[in-house]
Design a protein around this ligand. Structure first.
Ligand code: NAD
Length: 281
């Protein structure tokens, strides 16, 4: 049993920037959603480690943007699917920033193929980055959250993790079986972990984005024909922008969401509302 913790609740009118004084690590933060989340956390007052595996210049540009807003930041190269580099990344963060309060498990990739043509390498790479990578980073974060515990001047919680999942933790996706399986795995990893560490006042949630305009899905939005086809799947009738996810992430890791634990926050313009049934099915 975890020790009995005091009932720390957020003051009714917090006067500080939402994440002032908090230390965040965002994986895959040199591009797309991770970049927007890193910048949004910085704007909310958090100091941010910008993880990347390739694209150092882009990572440094994100760091500069965060600096301009007044928060601390540095870029750190590490492949999230490799145990030693992940441990080294957290060790360095605790040395530079003292601790970690927020982990955004964002790094991910696709290697699409018809199922009977999918190679073991394609399967393994997607699992290693999208699922094992989230495990390795979450494990290091939980170790530090448990070691440090709640610092009530900083946050009601001892730590917060967001797993970047996808609507494909719910919606099956032909031609992308490895990706959908990895995100389904993320969903139950997140929920099981949330259940396990909640008594330590650690919150673990996912964001499940729908179609967001980033390099990962360029073919789905870059031509007018592709965009029109995509909109048949999105009742809100616009593609998601990375800032839609950045704002959701700031809320979810803030004390405004202190009683939110173990959920997938779907941010998808209604993609999971079975749009095919909009006209009666
Ligand atoms: P993106 O390609 O722009 O970003 C992915 C990032 O992950 C890149 O910075 C990439 O370098 C990094 N990365 C890949 N392998 C890595 C590794 N081994 N170690 C460290 N970093 C690594 O794509 P994105 O759309 O911004 O994707 C971010 C996350 O959002 C992914 O987990 C993706 O599955 C999820 N997602 C995206 C969408 C969408 O529509 N764009 C929808 C649902 C979920």
């Amino acid at each position: 049993m975890a020790e009995k913790l005091p009932d720390v609740v957020m003051p009714a009118c917090p006067s500080r920037r939402l994440l002032e004084g908090q230390k965040a690590l965002v994986t895959g933060a040199n591009s797309g959603i991770g970049k927007a989340v890193a910048i949004a956390l910085g704007e909310a007052g958090a100091d941010v480690v910008v993880n990347y595996v390739s694209g150092e210049e882009d990572a440094n540009a994100v760091v500069q943007t965060i600096h301009r807003g007044g928060a601390k930041s540095y870029a750190h190269r590490a492949d999230v699917s490799q145990e030693d580099p992940v441990r080294e990344m957290f060790k360095k963060m605790c040395h530079e920033f003292g601790t970690i309060d927020i982990l955004i498990n964002n790094a991910g990739l696709q290697r699409d193929a018809p199922f009977d043509e999918m190679t073991l390498d394609q399967w393994n790479l997607v699992m290693r980055v999208n699922l094992t990578g989230q495990f390795l980073c979450a494990r290091e974060a939980v170790r530090e959250f448990k070691r440090r515990g709640v610092v009530k001047e900083v946050s009601c919680a001892a730590g917060k993790i967001i797993c970047m999942s996808s609507v494909h933790e719910i919606i099956p996706w032909a031609g992308h079986v490895n990706y959908a399986a990895s995100k389904g795995g993320v969903m139950l990893m997140m929920k099981s972990l949330a259940q396990e560490v909640a008594p330590h006042r650690i919150r673990v949630n996912s964001i499940a984005p729908g179609a967001i305009r980033t390099p990962i899905n360029r073919p789905a939005w870059e031509t007018p024909e592709a965009y029109a086809a995509l909109m048949k799947l999105v009742p809100y009738n616009r593609i998601g922008e990375v800032d839609d996810i950045g704002r959701a992430a700031v809320w979810l890791v803030s004390d405004y969401a202190d009683y939110v634990n173990g959920i997938s926050l779907v941010v998808d313009g209604g993609m999971t509302l079975y749009p095919g049934f909009a006209t009666g099915g």
